[in-house]
Design a protein around this ligand. Structure first.
Ligand code: COA
Length: 258
């Protein structure tokens, strides 16, 4: 059985981390499979990805502690590089990625959802960076992405104390956009994905690229990235279609990804 499942429903790709017996903990093989799944996503037909965890208890309960326990320093650094590379691929993946957090999102699980564009969760979700309690630092982006998401003060508190937070607190600090009853988070993610899929694909991809590239730059540089993206849209059929539909008071739009 694959450790990472991939299915396409309409134009939405659903990636499921599939090791429910260990609460979907990320070992090296899972990271390899996730990398390979991302390579096979056809961005000409798939408009949005959803990442979730198998079972009803856990999104991802972290990197695999049993696998990590006896790593030496060099091997540990290589594991961190591997995780960071896969998660960075997700963060800059050409189409939007939604994390449907259906339970524990601890350590690497919290970092996995941080590398997605949008995070929503179920009421039983638990977030945290427990690494310092295990004698290590976060290694798959937690020290970098969490501060950008929830601010430095809250991120430092979460990392230094290793305290887990529940879904209501995650919502309050802006870690997730919405909280859903248990069992409903995947459908909620599909609903958002369908809204994204209904829009002009080139415009959505260009928006993601502008946001991703621009936020690493000073605002002046970021605006240049935006201006270029904006201009490129005006070379597309879909810009004519979208604006034409508005002016002709047409509800139906035929975006062709061109
Ligand atoms: N790595 C390896 N195995 C893990 C794991 C992880 N990160 N998280 C859970 N598991 C395994 C457990 O060892 C257990 O395996 P077993 O049945 O062979 O004993 C199984 O998953 C179920 O976990 P269990 O701890 O029995 O479930 P629980 O409901 O009592 O507790 C958690 C759930 C998430 C609170 C607890 O599993 C936990 O704290 N996990 C580690 C979280 C963590 O520190 N992640 C960061 C790693 S850097």
């Amino acid at each position: 059985m694959s450790l990472v499942l991939y299915e396409v429903e309409d134009s939405v790709g659903i990636i499921t981390i599939n090791r429910p017996e260990v609460l979907n903990a990320l070992n090296s093989a899972v990271l390899d499979e996730l990398r390979d799944v991302l390579r096979k996503v056809d961005i000409n037909t798939v408009r949005c990805l959803i990442v979730t965890g198998a079972g009803d208890k856990s999104f991802v309960a972290g990197a695999d502690i049993a696998e990590m326990k006896n790593l030496n320093s060099r091997e540990a650094m290589e594991f961190s590089v591997k995780g960071n590379n896969v998660f960075e691929n997700l963060a800059k993946f050409p189409i939007p990625v939604i994390a449907a957090v259906n339970g524990y999102a601890l350590g690497g699980g919290c970092e996995l959802c941080l590398s997605c564009d949008i995070r929503i969760c179920s009421e039983n979700a638990v977030f945290g960076q427990p690494e310092t309690g295990l004698g290590i630092t976060p290694g798959f982006g937690g020290t970098q992405r969490l501060i950008r998401m929830v601010g430095e003060g809250m991120a430092k508190q979460m990392i230094y104390t290793a305290r887990n937070i529940k879904s209501d607190e995650a919502y309050r600090i802006g870690l997730v956009n919405s909280v859903h009853p248990v069992g409903e988070v995947l459908n909620a993610a599909k609903k958002i994905a369908k809204q994204i899929a209904a829009n002009a694909p080139i415009a959505v991809r260009a928006s993601k690229e502008a946001i991703h590239r621009g936020r690493l730059l000073p605002i002046e540089g970021g605006k240049l990235v935006e201006e270029r993206a904006f201009g490129i849209c005006f070379e597309t059929h879909d810009q004519q279609e979208g604006m034409g539909a508005f002016l002709e008071k047409r509800k139906e739009k035929k975006f062709t990804n061109n």
